[in-house]
Design a protein around this ligand. Structure first.
Ligand code: DC
Length: 220
């Protein structure tokens, strides 16, 4: 029996993961956050001080895997659950750089395809509709203005100690977009057959409803 695959791509901070989680809970699909895989490789490289020229041959030893606990994705380096450790601004930037290395993308390609072959998935990332799942049943390109994405991130972080300023967050977002859209391999771009959803003026619930509507229209 073939599985149903939904690809959601878009820039950092567009709400992909929050919205994809809401939609997958509603539809009973597994939610796969592929950014976490790139973040985990970045953590591995950082922790082990691996030089750029040594990354390719170091990858097989990284032993990155995804596990699903009560439907929630966790990422592992060997037997260590690193799901929390990968969520820092440093790792965000490092992941964006690491993801531009072709050998890293190749290394993670099979992991992503295998999960989609075996499960009904909503997979989010940057190149899911264009490269990883070119035959996905539904492709969504989720975006929002850089200012609105920075604003959301700022609100999320405002309560925490050492919260960066709005300007710092906006400049990080712009830099990451730039890196992700201009790299040579699998750059962030909307697939020709993806439906564009701009969430600049939409709240989470409305965005999720809109995506569920698009998925139902295309799969029922
Ligand atoms: O979605 P995220 O912010 O957790 O992703 C971290 C970085 O990984 C992001 O800057 C780009 C990269 N990435 C990618 O190149 N391809 C993917 N499918 C997912 C993420």
């Amino acid at each position: 029996m073939s599985t149903i695959n939904i690809a959601i791509d878009g820039p950092a901070g567009a709400g992909k993961s929050t919205i994809a989680k809401m939609v997958s809970a509603k539809l009973g699909y597994i939610y796969v956050d592929t950014g976490a895989l790139y973040r985990t490789i970045a953590l591995y490289i950082t922790e082990n001080n691996i030089a750029d020229e040594d990354i390719e041959k170091a990858l097989p030893a990284a032993d990155v895997s995804l596990r699903f606990v009560d439907g929630t994705q966790r990422v592992y380096l060997g037997d260590r659950d690193v799901s929390g450790l990968i969520r820092t601004p440093e790792i965000s930037m490092a992941a964006s750089r690491t993801s531009a290395i072709p050998a890293v993308r190749e290394y993670l390609f099979d992991t992503q395809q295998k999960i989609a072959r075996e499960n009904n998935v909503i997979m989010d990332g940057r190149d899911i509709g264009t490269v990883v799942l070119p035959n996905a049943d539904v492709k969504i390109f989720l975006t929002a203005s850089a200012e609105e994405r920075a604003n959301r991130r700022y609100k999320e972080l405002a309560e925490k100690p050492d919260c960066p300023s709005y300007e710092e967050i906006l400049s990080d977002i712009i830099k990451r977009d730039e890196q992700d859209m201009n790299r040579a391999v699998s750059p962030l771009k909307q697939a020709d057959d993806a439906v564009l959803v701009d969430t600049t003026k939409l709240d989470l619930e409305t965005s999720a409803e809109e995506i569920i509507r698009i998925i139902r229209e295309k799969t029922e």
